[in-house]
Design a protein around this ligand. Sequence first.
Ligand SMILES: Cc1ncc(COP(=O)(O)O)c(C=O)c1O
Length: 360
Amino acid sequence: MIKLFDPYISKEEAKATTKVIQSKFWASGSGTNNVRKFEDLFLKYTKSKNCIAVNSGTAALHLALSLFNIENKEVLVPSLTFVSTVNSILYNKGKPIFVDVDSKNLCIDIMDIKKKITKKTGAIIIVDFAGMPANIKEIKKIADKNRIPIIEDAAHSAGAMYNGKRIGSHVDAVCFSFHPVKNLAMPTGGAICINNKNTKESKKILQSLRWCGIENRQNFQYDIKRLGWNYYMNEISAAVGLVQLKKLDFANKKRRSIAKKYSSKLKMNDKMPYSDDCVYHFYWIRVKNREKFMKKMYEKGIETGIHYNPVHKMSYYKSKIKLPITEQVANKIVSIPTHPNLTNSDINKIIHAVNDLYDC
Ligand SMILES: Cc1ncc(COP(=O)(O)O)c(C=O)c1O
């Protein structure tokens, strides 16, 4: 079976993990050793102002949004995303306002942002869908005019480029996921790159929030000034992350070369565009009969997926909003594999199978 996602690992990750296990120092809320090393290197890699490691992309989004006072405010967010993007607004007592996507890249639609922004808007969340950076320049113009922050959900886009710079440094807070299927994989992990005005103060707050609110620690004494969570990264994940970070650019290059082949060889028009800036966490296509297509692909030994069932359609969010592009796309979209473990024969097999079946 050709898997949709498959971590790109070698013996190095196993060696790094064993070293941590044998050291018996597996975790610390204060974020020392491998966690600090990872933060320092990821900071350099992204050239952001500050970086803080956490234990998931969900935690990153939750904590990043808590830096901006969104309580009772509206937050613009695409519905075509993983639920964590939207839940982070609710964790911080904000109100999600679902925004449609651009049919070409499936990132948040600028025109719809303009329509939905009001005096009640407290922030905009953008998602780099499948590793394709959103149109940050245009969104920034709107955010600056309205004096609101942008939070970027970069769960899919570790290593992606925008305007000649790596994702991580362009907006107020950028949230990464290092879930095992992601381009940079760990057992569990995430990070927030912060670039807002009070970066140093923000980092101090986030360090406390990721460890149950603990601050001003001296020997065995500490204080709690805010309600925090148990969100710190463990040493084993950080050790794996340090190895993964070294090969991220190489792995992303492989993903891009696979996407380039799909882009030129797949016959349908409805497919993900090619860009040298994108890191192709997966590659999306739109097919005629999704259920049949996915079943037949599976029978041929190729796993596919759906990213995503739109969040505004889920009962918990009680949304009656209409998002024409999102709704149209959501019934047709299928994700196909781009992970660096694919062989040339796998890639050719996928191309032939998709070309045979997309119209079935
Ligand atoms: C777009 C998006 N945002 C947020 C997340 C949450 O990340 P995590 O699973 O590390 O909590 C994911 C992970 O699947 C994601 O794909």
